[in-house]
Design a protein around this ligand. Structure first.
Ligand code: ATP
Length: 922
């Protein structure tokens, strides 16, 4: 930061100086020689033709006046100058424009200073943004709204609030505002005025001050209505302008839950609904309350985030605090943690990665934090996990978890989150399970109070473009089929490794071969040695020349190549996501071969480079760029809105991980319709995983029918056989068969099909087939409906108390561990996830009947959780049967579908055997 020493004399006169020529948003603090200055607040430096005045942010207080500021040339952003005994750092030059006529402005209340003779305001273009900001004349406060007027703008006003406004007009009650910068001298100024925030319209034209247009967002309305307080707390108006309705509700929810000592909450909105801004606005109201003439709520806030998202949070703070002093310390080193304490007054947030928090937990323990926010807080799903224990040891009273996927593998993990934010409220795990069975209503009430979840379908997302989702089944190549059957011969071996190898095989046989070679010398791989020894096919495959020669050996790769070419032709950017480093390596080679420029974010990418990479990709929006993303290192939090196509090359056991990854492109800021593809190799373990995911996701908010107590060691040979049985040669899509859908892949939903009797005969056959399969599978704990909201499902929870005692000693694997151990990152077939593997499938459901539809429209008060969630990528098999289905057996609809999906018209052979398609309903 450069320092300019200006010869600034003290300005003694009290007269208002003459013409204003410029003004700047600044930070100010006592002048000192310290290298790291301590800033005391945000201010305005108002420059006149013969002097300057440093004012408080709300313009009410003049901190210092000086003369002899001769030139504006040196007042660049970032410069530090001394004004009298104060130092200021220039943040940004802002525009000055004549205020709107006084009548059109909001009245000041009777106690406000009446407007005095105004210096002539001027309008200058902003250097940095080119936007114009309305700045009221410096010596008067006509644009500031009195508290009463502020409230009066908010229709409809509750009787209590109206009464208070009336009282306030009469001067009989005070209405200070916790969430705003408070007046610096309340005694002298009984009427509170909110701070000045420059505002622009979307077209960049000047607006009147923000207070005129934006009704205040009162956060503690319930308390006021209950007459618990007369003090209204409003969110900082800088946020209010852009907030969406669901975000306002979320901010109120967080504020209400965290305002009390040891309050806790989970904000579980779908990915991309803006959990960060809701968190920032609510915590800011809690933090800045200290400056208002009302009890202080909180001083400090620790935000813990995955390391990929540290810079994302920085960008979010910068975005929303644009004209203000940056309020957060971003912990890069241990020193940052130590110095946080000295700046906490100005910068109350400390943002730190999970990994760093664990490494420097002792340092963190020495700081008193009032609030902890755990972003992507599903990382705390393991009740006895080290990460969870570490964070609990900080003993921070107010706790907030942010996650788009609160339900991961089972309800125990959900308990872990609930218990983290509200210790003891849900009892012990055993008590919690008992409550599930014995008193589901009470449990639902507790969950309702603790967690707020809105899906994209709940929210009016008119600002987002359409979303199209596809599940594309790709035919396994001959070599994939052959090796698959060989794996089956050795399925009594190490099940975890076999599963891993089957997944590799489904991506490309070469990956399996490489892994077999690598692992061959490792102990405990007897069966693998056998496979390698006996697999002539694998040995024959040795000479495969990737990428050129190997594409045809993987059905998914054939489809991917076609897709990439078409996307480029359509001038659209794409993201490709995989769980495996080796798969990303393979795709990278392929993309380079196809002349794409590859951006890649995986566990090896330096944390500090990740955001730059994302920004670069988003800014360029060049269709010859491809973004390769590792599910675990980059699947959460990132905004990859530069792309409008996303291909999930392989799936995870945990549906939440896939949902997170697939949410990267359809987010705020996206302007193009989004297409999200999930590739499945037909008949292989991937199809079983998909079915398993469908079952789990169908249970996304329910607790019944979750198998516990299973582990790999308990898999019978039969169960393993089922996993490894290749079905791709028997049917084009086993998943579709299991849906019980009679459409035969012609793309028509049942209720769209002709009611003619003649078609019913044809339709019978898949159903019959299904019934046979069901009988064979002997499904004994099939849920009544696979997509049951919590309130209903709790009452149906099977009594499984004995089984529930399965221990889960699975440690959380956080980003940095993953970075350190890349093998681990990409081979995360952890026991937890395999634990819940089951080979039976849910009972196929009735399809899209009117009755079903009626059932999905929840009562308004239950909307949060009690609503079915069509926005989920796959909600259940029943949900899946509502997607459109396409098969190459029906050429007319198939070609239509291919074009819709982004394939070119000539792509008759793209190795696809079947497809599911759903368009967003938003
Ligand atoms: N009201 C808004 N106006 C403008 N931009 C917004 C608004 N709300 C959110 N955004 C932007 O949308 C993007 C996504 O928001 P955010 O990252 O908070 O989502 P999220 O719910 O945390 O998603 P995830 O769970 O994937 O992390 C961010 O760039 C954010 O600034």
């Amino acid at each position: 930061m450069s320092r300019v020493a200006l010869n600034v004399d003290s300005y003694e006169g009290n007269d208002i100086p003459s013409t204003e020529i410029a003004r700047f948003v600044v930070l100010y603090g006592k002048a000192s020689t310290r290298k790291h200055k301590i800033w005391e607040g945000d201010g305005l430096l108002v420059c006149y033709n013969d002097s300057c005045i440093l004012k408080s942010e709300d313009e009410r207080d003049i901190i210092c006046r000086s003369s002899a500021l001769k030139s504006l040339d040196q007042l660049e952003d970032g410069r530090v100058i001394n004004i009298g005994s104060w130092s200021v750092e220039i943040q940004e030059r802002i525009e000055v424009k004549a205020p709107p006529p006084l009548e059109s402005q909001l009245e000041t209340d009777s106690t406000s200073t009446p407007p005095s003779s105004l210096p002539i305001p001027v309008v200058l273009p902003s250097r940095s943004t080119g936007r114009c900001f309305t700045i009221p004349a410096p010596t008067a406060s006509p644009s500031f709204t009195s508290a009463s007027k502020f409230l009066a703008q908010r229709p409809p006003m509750t009787p209590l609030l109206s009464e208070q406004v009336e009282n306030r007009k009469r001067g009989s009650a005070s209405m200070p505002f916790l969430g705003l910068e408070a007046p610096r001298n309340v005694a002298k100024r009984p009427s509170f005025v909110p701070p000045l925030i420059g505002s622009t319209t979307s077209d960049g034209t000047t607006t009147t001050s923000i207070q005129e247009k934006i009704p205040p967002l009162i956060l503690n309305e319930q308390d006021i209505l209950a007459r618990n307080t007369t003090i209204a707390v409003v969110a900082d108006p800088r946020f209010a302008k852009q907030l969406r309705d669901h975000q306002k509700e979320g901010i109120r929810f967080i504020f209400e839950r965290l305002k009390s000592d040891s309050g806790g909450a989970i904000l579980a909105d779908d990915m991309g609904l803006g959990k960060s801004i809701q968190t920032m606005a609510a915590t800011w109201a809690l933090l800045r309350g200290s400056k208002a003439p009302s009890p202080q709520i909180a001083n400090s806030c620790l935000i813990i985030v995955p390391s990929s998202l540290v810079n994302n949070w920085k960008a979010e703070f910068e975005k929303w605090w644009r004209l203000m002093r940056f309020p957060a310390v971003m912990a890069q080193t241990a020193k940052d943690i130590s110095s946080y304490q000295s700046t906490v007054k100005q910068m109350p947030y400390l943002v730190i990665s999970y990994d760093m928090a664990q490494r420097h937990v002792e340092k963190l323990r020495m700081i008193h934090f009032d609030i902890i926010v755990c972003d992507e807080g599903h990382k705390l799903k393991n009740l006895d996990g080290k990460l969870r224990r570490t964070l609990l040891s900080l003993e921070i009273p107010r706790r907030l978890i942010l996650t788009g996927t609160p339900m991961q593998n089972d309800f125990d993990e959900f308990y872990s989150l609930l218990d983290f934010v509200r210790p003891n409220e849900f009892g012990t795990l055993a008590e919690f399970r008992k409550m599930c069975n014995d008193n589901p209503e009470q449990l639902n009430e507790l969950i309702d109070d603790c967690m707020l979840r809105r899906t994209a379908a709940d929210v009016n997302l008119t600002h987002l473009p359409e979303k199209h989702e596809y599940i594309l089944f790709c035919a396994a190549s001959q070599i994939q089929q052959n090796i698959h059957s060989e794996i089956c011969d050795y399925m009594t071996g190490d099940a975890l490794s076999l599963i891993f190898f089957a997944r590799q095989l489904a991506n490309h046989p070469k990956l399996l071969l490489d892994n077999l070679r690598e692992k061959n010398d490792k102990p405990g791989s007897k069966s693998l040695k056998q496979i390698q020894k006996h697999s002539a096919l694998l040995l024959a495959f040795d000479g495969l020349n990737m990428p050129r020669g190997g594409v045809k050996e993987s059905g998914k790769l054939i489809a991917l190549v076609e897709m990439l070419k078409c996307f480029r032709g359509l001038q659209e950017c794409a993201v490709i996501v995989s769980n495996y480093i080796e798969t990303l390596d393979m795709i990278e080679q392929l993309c380079e071969y196809l002349d794409f420029k590859v951006f890649r974010l995986d566990g090896k990418t330096q944390v500090q480079d990740r955001q730059k990479l994302v920004k670069h990709f988003n800014d360029q929006r060049d269709p010859s760029n491809i973004f390769l993303l590792s599910t675990k290192a980059g699947g959460v939090g990132l905004n990859l809105i530069g792309a409008s196509r996303l291909v999930l090359f392989d799936s995870d056991w945990n549906p939440a991980n896939d949902q997170q990854a697939m949410a990267r492109i359809w987010r705020d800021g996206q302007v193009r319709p989004c297409h999200i593809y999930r590739l499945i190799t037909t008949g292989t373990i991937e199809e079983k995983m998909l079915q398993r995911q469908i079952k789990k996701t169908g249970l996304g908010c329910v607790i019944d029918a979750i198998e516990v107590g299973e582990s790999v060691s308990t898999f019978t040979d039969e169960e393993l056989k089922d996993i490894f049985t290749f079905t791709g040669d028997q049917t084009e899509c086993n998943t579709h068969d299991l849906c019980g859908c009679p459409c035969d892949g012609n793309g028509m939903l049942e209720n769209e099909m002709d009611d003619e009797e003649e078609s019913s005969e044809e339709m019978d056959s898949p159903k019959e087939k299904l019934e046979e399969e069901e009988a064979e599978e002997d499904v004994d704990d099939v849920p009544e409906t696979p997509m049951v909201p919590i309130k209903k499902s709790v009452s149906k929870m099977p009594k499984k108390s004995d089984d529930w005692d399965s221990s889960d000693d699975d440690e959380d694997v956080d980003d940095e561990e993953l970075e350190a151990d890349l093998t681990m990152e990409e081979e995360d077939v952890d026991s937890q996830e395999v634990d819940v593997f089951a080979h039976e499938f849910p009972e196929p459901q009735a399809k899209n009947t009117d009755k079903d539809k009626a059932g999905t429209s929840a009562k308004p008060e239950k909307k949060k959780i009690d609503k079915q969630e069509p926005s989920r990528n796959i909600a259940s098999l029943a949900e899946l049967s509502r997607w459109r289905h396409f098969s190459p057996r029906h050429p007319d609809t198939w070609h239509h579908f291919l074009v819709k999906a982004g394939f070119s018209q000539e792509d008759t052979d793209v190795a696809l055997t079947f497809a599911f398609y759903q368009e967003s309903q938003f």
